[in-house]
Design a protein around this ligand. Structure first.
Ligand SMILES: [Fe+2]
Length: 255
């Protein structure tokens, strides 16, 4: 694997405290700062299980994403999403942040992502919006490299409101998730003013508004790899047939 050995464990020696926290405080922190951190949310044993699985992934691919049913069947993800404390916390946070979202939608949409450095030349940051009210990132391996080359999470927090109409959301994502728009946005962005750069520590959980925040991962230094588990909670437009149709069209071969 191309993982930098020095980058491996920076896990707190403290025991994990799980997914606990004051919901109003967490919501306020995400609203104001763009991101909230739950320190020591998962234990070292869980991190080791994810790390062992990640070590089996191909080393020669820049970006590997396992999502949907493929991710949901992984034991370490099932273990996480069956934790009642996590489910209750996510539901309480999402309900407070977006009261109009479907109360019946209590599913986590999960992913395991492994990104290796260096980033492909000339490709803009993969800035995007998630479909979910709440996004939770659990770092597993984080490159031990210079700032800006350590796979940090970069957020333009709360960049858009919840869209009432699905069509507005689809059109907005079509435009803003094009490489041309991303390049222009990166050139014009007031880095350090409009942005929140989050350097992550394995063991902690990082929470932000995935739907509202334009976000991406900063590059990893050559020879290093960033591994994260990402949980998306509560689809803002759950049940939209138009959105399902738009996704199916996007997935057509050749697109
Ligand atoms: Fe995302």
């Amino acid at each position: 694997m191309c993982m930098d050995i020095d980058a491996a464990p920076r896990i707190s020696a403290r025991p994990s405290t799980g997914f606990a926290g004051s919901v109003p405080d967490l919501v306020a922190e995400i609203d104001v700062a763009g991101c909230a951190c739950l320190p020591d949310a998962v234990d070292e044993g869980w991190i080791d299980r994810v790390r062992s699985y990640a070590a089996t992934l191909p080393a020669d691919r820049h970006d590997i994403m396992i999502e949907g049913a493929g991710a949901a069947q992984l034991g370490f993800i099932r273990e996480l999403t069956s934790d009642p404390a996590l489910g209750e916390l996510a539901e309480s946070i999402a309900r407070l942040a977006c009261p109009d979202a479907d109360p019946a939608d209590r599913q986590f949409d999960c992913a395991l992502r492994a990104v290796s450095g260096p980033a492909p030349h000339r490709r803009p940051l993969w800035l995007h919006y998630d479909a979910s009210v709440l996004t939770v990132v659990l770092p597993v391996d984080v490159p031990d490299a210079a700032p800006g080359r350590s796979g940090e999470l970069v957020l333009f927090p709360n960049h858009r409101p919840y869209r009432r109409w699905v069509l507005t959301n689809v059109l907005e994502k079509f435009i803003r998730q094009s490489d041309g728009y991303r390049r222009r946005f990166q050139r014009r962005a007031r880095w350090g003013v409009d942005t929140e750069v989050v350097a992550m520590t394995p063991g902690n959980a990082y929470l932000f508004w995935g739907y509202r925040s334009y976000h991406a991962t900063l590059p990893c230094a050559p020879g290093t790899r960033r591994v994260t588990v990402v949980l998306h909670y509560k689809d803002v437009h759950a049940g939209s047939r138009f959105l399902r149709f738009a996704k199916a069209v996007r997935a057509l071969p050749g697109r």
